[in-house]
Design a protein around this ligand. Sequence first.
Ligand code: IPE
Ligand code: IPE
Ligand code: MG
Length: 247
Amino acid sequence: MTRKAAPTPAQTGGEGAVLRHVAIIMDGNGRWAKARRLPRVAGHRAGAEAVRRTLRAASKLGIECVTLYAFSSENWKRPEDEIADLTGLMKQFLRAEVDDLHEAGIRLKIIGNHHAFEPEAAAMVDAAVARTAANTASTLVVALNYGSQDELARAMRALAQQVQAGTLAPEAITPAVIAAQLDTADLPPLDLLIRTSGEVRLSNFLLWQAAYAELYFTETLWPDFDEAALAAAVESYACRERRYGGR
Ligand code: IPE
Ligand code: IPE
Ligand code: MG
């Protein structure tokens, strides 16, 4: 380990800590539905409404980048009909929202590999990404078939290939070089990671990127998440002192 610390963003303290990038593990749709004796799909549908509300709220707050965990690489373990419901809702969301996203100057970016979804859904995602690619007002990142360990394995594989080809020296592999290989390479550093539904784990989400992110866990189930819930998380963040190992 070298003595010199890797560069980290400026240390911030208390009031006014800058919030550029917030990521959300949107959890609790199933429990929301169960509490109402509704089928799980009703929870996912209500979850899609919460996505709309949250994006509007984030845009009001001027947040530059929002990353949403929509489907993990482990969610393929779920029954086929639930996966079909989620895919259907994703298509519905794109059909209903892409015009508005584009008009608001929002760029859609995917992390993970959405080509594992059925071809029509994957093509709709591709089209939305292409259409909004030049937008600069803010970025909506959706994690689809995303797993942090898979992302890191893909990055390591790419670097290993460069070493094998003789274009990269092993000594040249630094944290910055690894970060540049990740799906999140062009995004601002992660500031705040929110998880709803009372679970206190990362479930294979942004493990590398969360190294110095502030974590916020709330009991609120994702379909109940709204502007006030986001504001509470952002307020909590604003009171944190980020030290990055310094003093
Ligand atoms: C989050 O809600 C949505 C996805 C993971 C796609 P869940 O479906 O995990 O809801 P719970 O955790 O069973 O309540
Ligand atoms: C994490 O939630 C994945 C998403 C929110 C898309 P899960 O519900 O899949 O996580 P676990 O299984 O409780 O860890
Ligand atoms: Mg869950």
